[in-house]
Design a protein around this ligand. Structure first.
Ligand code: CDP
Length: 246
């Protein structure tokens, strides 16, 4: 059943419904190498989002007509499970999933050296098992880690986080309820190459003033910095456990 929206989005004490301050991220847990059958994989549990990304390649392109003789390509497939949201989601991929697949692909491409793999593809499959707002951002965070787990050269990781505005107040990392709130609201998913200080995705839904935009972007970058540290820590943990297991 779809959850009913609350009457108020901020509590009497000024905190958000889940008790967070405006600039606080939801809990984040990352696990690397969760799929035995993929070349690289990661699971990101961000708030109530549960997302798995599996990466394969570089390998032969299918369908073959997509192959490019001067460069490799990155193909991304984002899918939400039928049981991932309150209302049963049709198993057929919809327009939203196709758009998010493309958005994630474009956010990740800048970190790869695709020109080194002519006629080849790197494939990423993303499965959202539970969705709770900000799945494209959490998918980017997970997919970047799956690529890193695959062991191919990368310029940097990519970190995704959403920032928004409700009743004129900027807030970090919107939950599903906050995402669906319409009064004075805006939603801005951002993906960043933290080390290279480059933004690879910035979408904005809603209206914001220049001042609000700057405030929101800064909030997103501060949040991304924290997620980036956790991404690196998760990779280190996997790498260290492999060294111990040798
Ligand atoms: O997930 P993200 O915020 O990147 O994309 P969105 O299209 O803005 O969706 C926001 C949220 O709406 C998702 O995270 C889901 O929690 C929810 N949603 C849903 O309830 N039913 C759908 N068919 C699609 C999304």
């Amino acid at each position: 059943m779809p959850e009913k929206l609350p009457e108020k989005i901020f509590r009497e004490d000024g905190l958000r419904l889940d008790g967070r301050t405006p600039d606080q991220l939801r809990d984040l847990r990352i696990e690397i190498g969760v799929l035995k059958t993929a070349d690289g994989s990661a699971m990101v549990c961000h708030g109530k989002n549960r997302i798995i990304a599996g990466a394969y390649g570089p390998r032969e392109v299918h369908p073959r007509h997509l192959a490019q003789s001067d460069t490799g390509i990155l193909q991304v497939q984002y899918r939400m499970s039928t049981f991932s949201v309150g209302e049963r989601k049709s198993p057929a991929p919809g327009r939203r999933e196709k758009e998010i697949s493309m958005v994630v692909q474009r956010a990740l491409e800048p970190v790869l050296f695709l020109e080194q793999y002519p006629n080849s593809t790197i494939d990423i499959f993303i499965q959202v098992m539970t969705a709770d707002g900000g799945t494209r951002c959490a998918s980017i965070t997970a997919a970047a880690l799956a690529l890193a787990d695959m062991g191919i050269p990368m310029r940097d990781l990519v970190t995704g986080v959403a920032v928004g505005k409700i009743n004129g107040k900027p807030i970090l990392d919107l939950s599903d309820k906050e995402d669906k709130w319409e009064e004075g609201a805006a939603d801005m998913p951002v993906a960043v190459m933290m080390n290279e200080k480059k933004i690879t995705l910035l979408q904005l839904d809603g209206q914001v003033s220049m001042e609000e935009y700057e405030q929101m972007l800064n909030m997103a970058l501060e949040g991304a910095k924290k997620i980036y540290e956790m991404q690196k820590e998760a990779l280190r943990k996997k790498y260290n456990s492999e060294l111990v297991g040798r």
